[in-house]
Design a protein around this ligand. Structure first.
Ligand code: PBG
Length: 337
């Protein structure tokens, strides 16, 4: 009401909206949102071997790194002011089984990478997915019985996986599996094992999206995946349902919630932040990254500018932080002004 009156009183020519836009210094003064390196979480891919740096073809500029190279990469991110990284393993085909038992191996690739990163950089946050897809010969996030991804049996494995990762030094357990009840179960398991300070960032509103394609190439799960993930990930047609998912995860003990994918789901980010006011993160996923890179490679878009504009859009929608493969690039751009 108040605002409508203001607009009437301030009609042209008294009001000229362009005055504040005229110079860079006023534009800076009236900017409603800012982007800083603190906003970023950098997801990175690890692979077996030594001195390995394997480009991911569908994600130009992203390499899978062997454990010996990961700590240096994380060191660069830390220097740029990025507070946390998320580690994803490319698991060798021979280690994938229907029971995803490699997920519980304390010496699996992700655990080795977490130990290496925390040893070199104890003061950077390390996140790990809690989900079985890197280890499951079916490519699904949960155990498959017949042709269905079963919920309650999966929870037992996820709980053990979260504890194994916490033992390796993981600071933030990030359940990305979309099983029902997983946040409460994982919280109980972590507390029971003495990890009451390990945080949970729940992939609360995670949609069954085709924008994850390049990620599945990067972790090598694309070939393994039988069918799709529609029986557990959300239907892109729904938005109220995202609020129910978030409410449940907060009740179950999530410290932070996440919406995924990002750019096509800014409405969800906005509703979640407005409705709950909890730390809300957004995953700028692999397909979104690939789109900008591909268009830029054609000379059709100015990469640096569309990147920063996209990241600002997340802040404007209400995100407290952004998981993005472009975290290091963006932090460098912020630093260079
Ligand atoms: C797996 C997982 C996925 C992503 C993060 N964790 C893919 C999926 O659910 O199939 C997607 C990330 C991206 O596309 O960048 N649980």
């Amino acid at each position: 009401m108040e605002r409508i009156n203001l607009i009437r009183r301030g009609a042209f020519p008294q009001t000229r909206m362009r005055r504040n836009r005229r110079d860079a210094w006023t534009r800076r003064m009236v900017a409603e949102h800012t982007l800083v390196a603190d906003d970023f979480i950098w997801p990175l891919f690890v692979v077996d071997g030594a001195d390995e740096s394997q480009p991911v073809p569908s994600m130009p500029g992203v390499d899978r790194l062997s454990v010996d190279l990961v700590a240096d990469a994380v060191g660069e991110a830390k220097e740029l002011g990025i507070p946390a990284v998320a580690v994803f393993p490319f698991t060798d085909e021979s280690l994938k089984t229907p029971d995803a038992r490699e997920a519980l191996n304390p010496d699996n690739l992700v655990c080795k990478a977490v130990r290496a990163v925390k040893a070199a950089h104890p003061d950077i946050g390390v996140m790990c997915d809690v989900a079985l897809d890197p280890y499951n010969s079916d490519g699904h996030d949960g155990l498959v019985r017949g042709d269905y991804v079963v919920n309650d049996e999966t929870l037992e494995v996820l709980c053990k996986q979260a504890v194994v990762q916490a033992e390796a030094g993981c600071d933030v357990a990030a359940p990305s599996d979309m099983m029902d009840g997983r946040v409460a179960a994982i919280r109980r398991a972590l507390d029971g094992a003495g990890f009451e300070d390990v945080r949970i960032m729940a992939y609360s509103a995670k949609y069954a999206s085709a924008f994850y394609g390049p990620f599945r190439d990067a972790v090598g799960s694309a070939g393994a995946l039988k069918g799709d993930k529609k029986t557990y990930q959300m239907d892109p047609a729904n938005s109220d349902e995202a609020l129910r998912e978030v409410a449940l995860d907060i009740d179950e003990g999530a410290d932070m919630v996440m919406v995924k994918p990002g750019l096509p789901y800014l409405d969800i980010v906005h509703r979640v932040k407005e409705s709950f006011g909890v730390p809300t993160f957004v995953y700028n996923v692999s397909g979104e990254y690939a789109m900008l890179k591909a268009a830029a490679a054609q000379g059709w878009l100015d990469y640096d500018r569309v990147l920063m504009e996209s990241l600002m859009a997340f802040k404007r929608a209400g995100a407290d932080g952004i998981l993005t493969y472009a975290a290091v690039e963006a932090a460098k751009l912020l630093k260079s002004g």
